[in-house]
Design a protein around this ligand. Structure first.
Ligand code: CMC
Length: 433
């Protein structure tokens, strides 16, 4: 029996199958179970993909037990401290940090694509004035597919590269337009003399009537937020983008599918849900009663911003965001009371010393503190997940690009365990009870 294999035996028949084990660079090895169906007439059953590696990837590594996150091998802490968002985009897309010339040329290319077609602006007007901006983002990014028919030619590497740059460049413009529509202000056109982060803030916050003054601490905190949310391997929205892409769909529609998945409160919508939860708690003295509700199996209340499928330790992004939160709040308004931040820190302290959370290894995730930073940056609650989507768009397109370069790409198509009615004959309506 080969050493690097796993043997699966069907005890009903005694038939066995040796499955080869494949090792990655870090993390648990996998065994290839693709022949199980043909050889043993069995499917593997893994609802919610808890133990399934759906692809090979060179982009991101997470060690959930140790709380490690690497983009292309680089620790997230080092990137958040030293890098710019656009440099991280280059790294994620291309696999290496750029030299000066490569970075300049990449930034210029992204700048070339920041404008959106004027026709796209009419889509916003079709939305109700109080529509959720994630609904707008989803619709408008989907509509973008109609403006770039060439991008449908996904076999062409040049078209794929151009589509990726377009997504990275246009997401801030589309997101800022959602915000402007929401508050009834005129859309602000991109400025290519600004950095990616400054330009995004300019489109969000400036008005034609007066110049916009950048606050350095706010720009820095915003940059960190974008870097921390840029990529996170095969999470629900990224897996959605990959699955949509596997059918060779238009890349912008794949991104729209990712946006739809991100919206849910179990995923990117958690940053909005955390703030609503903190507002509902209202005061640190109400935390014990809230925690009691969370632990009550009949209540279905969750401590939002806590727990993660992969991290069974501190989410390293939460640690960076908490520090960034401290710095930003101190710099923007030294000495000012920060009631939500105070409640969040007390909630974290109480939860981390509670047996329920310790036993289940539930720690703060990236969303626990991100909403507080976004609020301090002047971003309204409804826009939080939109900010996440802008940041994550580079992760989506990097994963999509990697998948499209696979020589033997096949459509993603999971199987099922059927538990419905056994085969039966149609009964005419007169004979039904
Ligand atoms: N509050 C209370 N209990 C929790 C929580 C929580 N936030 N998260 C997990 N649990 C409990 C859960 O009830 C279960 O307990 P038991 O074993 O007694 O049934 C156990 O922990 C395992 O939970 P699970 O739901 O099976 O874990 P999962 O890996 O399927 O879900 C999760 C992961 C992130 C969806 C979940 O932890 C959660 O709902 N957290 C709150 C929402 C949130 O913060 N989401 C953001 C995730 S990070 C950013 C992103 O992905 O976008």
């Amino acid at each position: 029996m080969a050493k690097d294999t796993v043997t699966i035996t069907d005890n009903r028949t005694g038939k066995s199958l040796e499955c080869p084990i494949k090792k990655g660079i870090h993390g648990p090895p996998v065994f290839n179970c693709q022949k199980i169906a043909s050889e043993l007439d069995l499917f593997t059953f893994d609802p919610a993909f808890v133990t399934t590696a759906s692809c090979e990837s060179k982009i991101t590594f997470i060690d959930g037990e140790k709380g490690i996150l690497l983009y292309r091998g680089y620790p997230i802490e080092q990137l958040a401290k030293n890098s710019t968002y656009i440099e991280v985009c280059y790294l994620l897309l291309n696999g290496e940090l750029p030299n000066k010339g490569q970075l300049d040329s990449f930034s210029d290319s992204v700048c070339r694509y920041t404008l959106v077609h004027e026709g796209l602006l009419s889509f916003y007007k079709g939305f109700r004035h109080d529509a959720h901006p994630m609904a707008m983002l989803l619709g408008v990014v989907g509509a973008l597919s109609g403006y770039y028919p060439d991008a449908q030619d996904i076999k062409n590497p040049e078209h794929r590269r151009e589509s990726s740059l377009r997504i990275i460049a246009k997401m801030p413009t589309i997101a800022a337009n959602c915000y402007k529509y929401l508050i009834g202000q005129p859309y602000v056109y991109p400025r290519n003399d600004l950095t990616y982060v400054e330009n995004f803030m300019h489109m969000m916050f400036s008005v034609p009537a007066e110049p916009y003054q950048f606050n350095e601490s706010a720009v820095k905190a915003f940059k960190i937020m974008l870097i921390l949310h840029a990529e996170h391997e095969q999470n629900a929205s990224t897996s959605t983008v990959r699955l949509a892409g596997s059918s060779q769909a238009h890349p912008f529609s794949c991104v729209a599918a990712g946006i739809a998945t991100l919206w849910g409160p179990a995923h990117g919508g958690a940053n909005e849900a955390v703030i609503r939860m903190l507002q509902e708690i209202g005061d640190s003295k109400n935390i014990p009663a809230f925690i009691k509700k969370v632990k009550d199996k009949d209540s279905s209340v969750r401590l939002m911003g806590f727990g993660h499928r992969v991290y069974k330790n501190y989410d390293p992004r939460a640690t960076i965001i908490r520090e960034s939160c401290h710095n930003l709040l101190d710099e923007l308004d030294p000495g000012k009371q920060q009631p939500l931040f105070d409640i969040a820190m007390e909630l974290e302290r109480i939860a981390l010393s509670d047996e329920y959370f310790i036993e289940r290894k539930l720690y703060p995730n990236v969303d626990f503190y991100s909403g507080i930073i976004l609020s301090a940056l002047g971003i309204p609650l409804k826009m939080f997940t939109v900010m996440f989507a802008v940041a994550r768009s580079v992760g989506w397109v990097s994963q999509w690009m990697e998948m499209m370069e696979e020589p033997n790409l096949r459509i993603g198509r999971p199987r099922q365990l059927y538990t419905g009615s056994a085969q039966r004959d149609y009964v005419s309506i007169e004979k039904r009870s």
